[in-house]
Design a protein around this ligand. Structure first.
Ligand code: AMP
Ligand code: ZN
Length: 471
C-alpha cells in the first residue's frame, strides 16, 4: 500500500516494522466541548486508514489519547487551558466536563461508524510517565528548568522543523502577533514539558513532581501514551494537519531525544474541513455537530459519504448544498442496492476482479473517492446480484456506510408501504384487465382502466407488471 508520508513529502510503500502488527497512534479529542464535523472528518479518515490496513490483512493496534488536561487555548505556552475554560463556561468541574464530552465524542463516532481504537487513554492517567520522560530529558541535557517550568531545549536538535519548509519566522509561536513571548525560554521554539507556573494560576488539576506541584504540557501526553502502549517504534502517527506544527513537531523532538533513535516512520495528516469563511473551529462560536445534522434531518451516513467522496489530503468545503447532494447520492445508492435480489450464485471470478479494483483505489494513498467509484461500478457490473451484494458487503468493511443494513431497512419499509396500500378490489380489477388484454379484448381492458380512473386510481404499466397509485 502506498501512503503519503508528511515526513518525506512523498508517497511511500508502507512497510511496518513488524509485518504482523501495525502500530498506529492517533491524537484524540480535547474534551472541553462537542467535536465539530471538521474534527470528525479527521476521525472518519483515520478510521478508513485503520480499516484499510485490516482489509489488506494487517493486524493493527491503535491507540488514542483523550486530552483532559493541558491543551492550551493558544499555541503560546502560556495560553489558558481549554479544559479550565470549558469548566468555567458550564459551571462544572474539569473532570465532569471531561467525562461528559468524552462520552459525547464516542457517541458521535458510533453514529458515523468510526470504530473505537483498541486503547483509549485519558491524559490524566499517565502523570508518572510524563514525569519519567521529563526527568530523562533533563538528565540527557535536552531540557532545562527556568522560572519554575521545565522546557525542551530545541537548540539540542539537528533539525526542528521536520514537516515543512515554511519560513521559520512564520511558524515560530513566540513571534506571532498577539502572543507574548515567554521570557524563560532560551530559544523561541522551546516548549514547556512541565508547568509549575503559568500566567493562569487557577489550573484545576495539579500533581506533585520533582519540580514542584504542576501539570504537563500538551505535547508530552501523546509521546508518553503512545510509548506506554506501543513501545518506541511507532509505524503510523495520525492527526489533523493543524497538529503537524507545533504539536507533532514537538512530539518528535521530545520522543526522539528521549529514545535516542527515530520514533515514528509514517505521519498521516488529514486536511481541513472548511466553511466558505475558512477553517471550521470551535472557537468561532456556533459550530456544526453531528447532533445538529441529525436535528436538521440528515443521516450521519450521508456525512460519512460526503467525506469519503474527497481525498484526505485536500481541503474539503462544507456547505448545506454539498451535503444535500451527498444525501441524494446516498439515498439513490441504497435504493439501487435494495432492488438487488439475493439468492442466485456468486461468481467468484467476477467478485475477485471487483475487489481488486476497490483495493487498488485504497492502495494508492487511500483514494477513497476512487473507492466510492469502484462501489458504484459494482452496481453497473455485468454479473449476478448475489455477486454484487457480496462485493458491497466486502467493501463496507472499509467504507462503513451501512450499505446492506440500510438497503434491508428500505426493503422492509417498501414492503410495509405496499401492504398498507393493498386493496383486494383494485388488485382484482387489475387482474381482470390483464386477462382481457391477454384475450385481446381491448375494449374491456379500457373499460376497466376507465373505471379505475373514475375511482381515483392511476395505473402504470411497467416491465415488472402493472402498478397503481391513488391520485
Ligand atoms: P482537538 O479536539 O481540537 O484536539 O481536535 C481533534 C482533531 O481534529 C485533531 O486531529 C485536529 O487536528 C482535527 N481538526 C481540527 N479542526 C479541524 C478541521 N476544521 N477539519 C478537520 N480536522 C480538524
Ligand atoms: Zn497528539
Amino acid at each position: 500500500m502506498y501512503l503519503y508520508n508528511s515526513l518525506s513529502h512523498k508517497k511511500e510503500l508502507f512497510t511496518p516494522n513488524d509485518p504482523n502488527m501495525v502500530k498506529m497512534y492517533t491524537c484524540g479529542p480535547t474534551v472541553y466541548h462537542f467535536a465539530h464535523i471538521g474534527n470528525l472528518r479527521t476521525y472518519i479518515m483515520e478510521d478508513v486508514l485503520e480499516k484499510t490496513l485490516r482489509y489488506m490483512g494487517y493486524n493493527v493496534k491503535r491507540v488514542m489519547n483523550i486530552t483532559d488536561v493541558g491543551h492550551l487555548a493558544s499555541d503560546a505556552d502560556t495560553g489558558e487551558d481549554k479544559m479550565v475554560k470549558g469548566a468555567k463556561r458550564e459551571n462544572k468541574s474539569v473532570m465532569e466536563i471531561a467525562q461528559f464530552y468524552t462520552d459525547a465524542f464516542f457517541a458521535d463516532c458510533e453514529k458515523l461508524n468510526i470504530k473505537k481504537p483498541d486503547v483509549i487513554e485519558p491524559a490524566t492517567n499517565c502523570i508518572d510517565e510524563y514525569i519519567h520522560m521529563v526527568e530523562t530529558l533533563l538528565k540527557n541535557g535536552k531540557a532545562y528548568l527556568a522560572g519554575g517550568n521545565v522546557y525542551f531545549d530545541t537548540a539540542t536538535l539537528e533539525k526542528y522543523y521536520v514537516f515543512n519548509d515554511h519560513d521559520e519566522e512564520d511558524l515560530a509561536v513566540g513571534v506571532r502577533d498577539g502572543v507574548e513571548e515567554d521570557a524563560n525560554k532560551r530559544n523561541k521554539n522551546d516548549f514547556v514539558l512541565w508547568f509549575t507556573k503559568s500566567k493562569f494560576e487557577d489550573q484545576a488539576l495539579k500533581w506533585d513532581s520533582p519540580w514542584g506541584v504542576g501539570y504537563p504540557g500538551w505535547h508530552i501526553e501523546c509521546s508518553c501514551i503512545s510509548m506506554k502502549h506501543l513501545g518506541g517504534d511507532l509505524d503510523i502517527h495520525a492527526g489533523g494537519i493543524d497538529n503537524a506544527f507545533p504539536h507533532h513537531t514537538n512530539e518528535i523532538a521530545q520522543s526522539e531525544s528521549y529514545l535516542g533513535h527515530k520514533w515514528c516512520n509514517y505521519w498521516f495528516h488529514v486536511h481541513h474541513l472548511n466553511t466558505d469563511t475558512g477553517k471550521m473551529s470551535k472557537s468561532k462560536g456556533e459550530f456544526l455537530t453531528v447532533s445538529l445534522l441529525e436535528k436538521k434531518g440528515y443521516d450521519p451516513m450521508a456525512y460519512r459519504l460526503f467525506c469519503l467522496q474527497s481525498h484526505y489530503r485536500r481541503n474539503l468545503v462544507f456547505s448545506w448544498e454539498n451535503l444535500d447532494n451527498a444525501v441524494v447520492a446516498y439515498d439513490k445508492l441504497i435504493a439501487k442496492i435494495a432492488a438487488l435480489k439475493d439468492g442466485d450464485a456468486v461468481d467468484e471470478q467476477a467478485l475477485e476482479s471487483l475487489k481488486q479494483r476497490f483495493a487498488g483505489a485504497l492502495n494508492g494513498d487511500l483514494n477513497t473517492s476512487l473507492a466510492v467509484t469502484a462501489m458504484y461500478d459494482v452496481l453497473k457490473a455485468k454479473t449476478t446480484d448475489a455477486t454484487k451484494l457480496a462485493a458491497l458487503a466486502d467493501f463496507d468493511r472499509v467504507l462503513s456506510l451501512n450499505l446492506l443494513e440500510a438497503a434491508k431497512k428500505l426493503q422492509a419499509k417498501q414492503a410495509e408501504e405496499a401492504a398498507a396500500s393493498a386493496d383486494p378490489e383494485i388488485d382484482a380489477m387489475i387482474a381482470a384487465r390483464a386477462a382481457a388484454k391477454k384475450e385481446k379484448n381491448f375494449a374491456e381492458a379500457d373499460r376497466i382502466r376507465d373505471a379505475l380512473n373514475a375511482m381515483g386510481v392511476e395505473i402504470i404499466d411497467t416491465p415488472q407488471g402493472t402498478k397503481w397509485r391513488r391520485v
